[in-house]
Every structure is written in C-alpha cells, then in structure tokens.
Design a protein around this ligand. Sequence first.
Ligand SMILES: Cc1cc2nc3c(=O)[nH]c(=O)nc-3n(C[C@H](O)[C@H](O)[C@H](O)COP(=O)(O)O)c2cc1C
Length: 489
Amino acid sequence: MMGLSFQDKNILAPMVRVGTLPMRLLALDYGADIVYSEELVDIKMLQCKRVVNDILHTVDYVSPTGRVIFQTCERERHHVVFQMGTADAERALTVATLIQNDVAGIDINMGCPKEYSTKGGMGAALLLFPEKIEMILSTLVKGVSKPITCKIRILPSLTETISLVKLIEKTGVAAIAVHGRSKDERPQHPVHCDVIKAISQAVSIPVIANGGSQELIRQFQDIHAFRSATSTSSVMLARAAMWNPSVFRQEGLLPVETVIRDYIVYAVRYDNHYTNTKYCLCQMLRDQLESPLGKRLHAAQSTLEICEIFELSDFYESCRAAQKAKKADLQSVGLATTVKNDDEDLNAISLPIRFDKRKYMSQFTPKMLLLEWCRKMKLPQPVYHTVQRPVDRFFHSIVKVDERQYASTLWDKSKKLAEQSAAIVCLHTLGLTEVKMNESDSVQNRKRKLLCQIDEGIRLLNEEQNKKLHQHDPEHRQHHDPEHDAASF
Ligand SMILES: Cc1cc2nc3c(=O)[nH]c(=O)nc-3n(C[C@H](O)[C@H](O)[C@H](O)COP(=O)(O)O)c2cc1C
C-alpha cells in the first residue's frame, strides 16, 4: 500500500468531468495500472462528508447540497490517485488526511492553466512560486502516509524547468508527472518530448510523460514509443483515453460502441449522474455527434434514456431493482439508520438563499414564520441540524419540517444565520415568502399580512393535496427524482 510504484506504469491522466469512477474503473479493466481522479479543489472537499454507501459499495464524499463530489470503491483503492487543486499547505494536508485511507496516492495539480484555477493561486499559477510548491509538497510528504506526486507543465526555459523539478524532487515526492507543454501552449501545439527527456535525466525519481495524445498516441503500442521518446518511467494519457479508454488494452483498441456499453454498465452500477455520463459518451462519440445516434444521446435526459439508446434498458431495470432490494434488506436488519442519515442529507431541498436581516423584522424572522406555519398546520416544530466547517468556520443548517428537509446551498457566518437561511428555503418551497411589505406598514399591519400569507399558503396546500388525492397521484411525487434513487441510498 505504502509503495504504489510509478515505475513502468500506464496511467489515466486527471481529467475534470471525465475522470469520475466509471471511467477510472473502465481504464483499469482495459489495462491501466494507475488512474488519477479529476482535479478536486481543497475547499470543496473540506465541505464534504464521508459517507459509506452500503448499497453501491462505494465511499462517497458528499457536499452539503447532496452532490457526490468524489466517489471511490474497493476495486480501485490500490490504484487511484486523488488529484487536488490547492494553494495552501495546511488546507491540502487537512484534505489529504481526510481521504488518505480511501486512495493509493495524492497528487497536486500544478499544470492547469485555466483561469478558475490560476486565479485562486492554484494549478499552473503555483509554478511561479517555488517556495509555495516546496511548502505544500513537503507538508504532504511529512504528514500523509500515501505517496505524493505532482503534475506540472514545463517552464519557458529548460534551465528554469530543471531547477524546478530538482526542488520538487527534494521534497520527497514519489514521482513527477510532466505535461510537455508550457502554460501558454494549447493542446494542439506539439508536445516537447526533448524537454520531458531532459527532466527525466536530471532527476532520479520516476517521471511520468504526458501530452502525447494528439499527435503520438492512437493505440497501445504508441504508449511504448512515447515512453522511449521521452526516456521516462511511465506514461500518462488524457485525451487518447477520453476518446477511447481501450487504448490501455495490450490486445488492441475495441470499437467505440463496445466501450460505450462497457462505460454505461459502470455508470448505472455506480449511479453516475446522467449529465456526466452523457458528457463522457459525447467525447467518445466525437465524430459521430451529428449522426442520429449522436443526436439521440444529446437529447437524453436521464440514465434510463441513455440506456435505451444503447439497448441497455433491461440492464438498467435489473440493476435498479437489485439496488432497491439491497436497500430493503439493509433496512430490515437495522442498518437503515446509517443509510437513512445519508439519505436525509442527500434528499434536502436546496436553494442558493441567504438570510438578509434587513428584509425581516426582529419579531418575524424566517424561523418564527416557519414555526407559526407548523403550529397552524398542527405539525411538529421544525428541527434544525447545523454543522460548522473547519476551513473558515462557516455554518450550514438543514431544517426538517413535515418529514422533508430544506437547506441553503450557501454557508453562513453564524449558526443563527444558517438556521434562518434554511428556514427561508423551506418557506420559499412552501410558497410563503412573497409577502410585499411597504416601508410605511405598521408592525401590526406587517404581522397581519404575514399571517394572511400563511393562511393562504395553507389553503393552497390543502387544495393541492385534495387535487392529488382525486387524481390518485403518488404522494410527494414532485420531489422524487427517479434518476437519483440510488444516489440517495
Ligand atoms: C477534459 C480534460 C480535462 C482535464 N482536466 C485536468 C485536471 O483535472 N487536472 C490536470 O492536471 N489536468 C487536466 N487536464 C489535462 C490533462 O491531464 C493532460 O495534461 C493534457 O490533456 C495533455 O495530455 P494528453 O495529450 O494525453 O491529452 C485535462 C484535459 C482534458 C482534455
């Protein structure tokens, strides 16, 4: 475990949106030795809760809004390298400590030239600050039990590049991945194999060559040629693998149709979000996107619809049925409590709303309005569950009302504010926030308006419920997204 080796390895490169669990597992099946996750930013990871998903057999890092930010499983545990975006050694260490037992290694992205990364001082912006690189890497090497790597781009001159990699080597990292282009070069520019080679000769740790997809790598044999041209220990593939991950197959490429079906099987099994599945499949279908098949894929709005296009709907149905049965089994032996807790967070209805004190009077805060509504509806009082995240000590609250949960997607400076924000999400969902106040309204007048609004909300709700009973609609249907059945396990 300690010694994930980077010698003589074929590696799936980190790729935002592409490098999620289904792609990583597929690359491993086809012959990749190591698979990197997409880059995940430290601050986002710090907000996540680690959830063991007993239905999918995964470990999920789930954001306060219920999104699975990083998902992993036993099959890849000894092969997956988690790539982090960071500009801060302490934050990086906190995240690394959180995830180290679920992954085989941790990589720091020092190559992303995109503004969203560089403006936070992350990605390629780090290349200008060797002392920061040194601090981040040595903090991780000292503080984490798993191998640390970093992925860089080359600098404008060879001398600068060599002195940077020597500094990186001294921090004790297990390997350096080198994308053989400078920060300002685009993917269509030729990759500088000679610079990667010079780096490889200048350091004694493994160097992983990257950047050869466009011009050099079409199939498995080309990987060896790229390794020889760069005199490196290992090779990392991004686009060639994104277009057809069977590039890792020693026996040769598989037809894209076969690869797509293999991908979908993993996407269904691990409940990958359909938008992500669609994105990856579009990359594979790239020159057929205008074909009838491509157009159908483009129009698909759920995993089931994607499965139908590729004649996998029977598989979809049986997989979902098995997952539901597993959930029922777990509940019957009392394991439902853990599952239910995860369910609860994941099912919260979320809106990006923050409490603005100026819009409310101290007598009629959102929490008080919600309490009043519950009283009138003869419901139990709202229950608030609030957490604080370590990175900035901000708070996030979920309120439970009538068996449903509501939360803001935003974090607040205090517990009180976070609870008010959650209450607003609930009121808003119930249609109770649109009370227009005039500056000149007296306190009595405002109170009267608010109570009228609550009564009106209750009347509308009753009306809606009666209509549903009349139509025999299943209860709560409007909040139930079949696409996310398994995600909420
Ligand atoms: C869709 C996509 C997403 C990428 N996301 C990341 C990323 O998250 N982290 C990273 O270090 N590089 C990222 N890259 C860059 C690749 O890892 C790689 O360095 C680059 O594509 C050159 O390698 P290639 O010629 O094999 O494509 C991404 C590239 C692509 C095409």
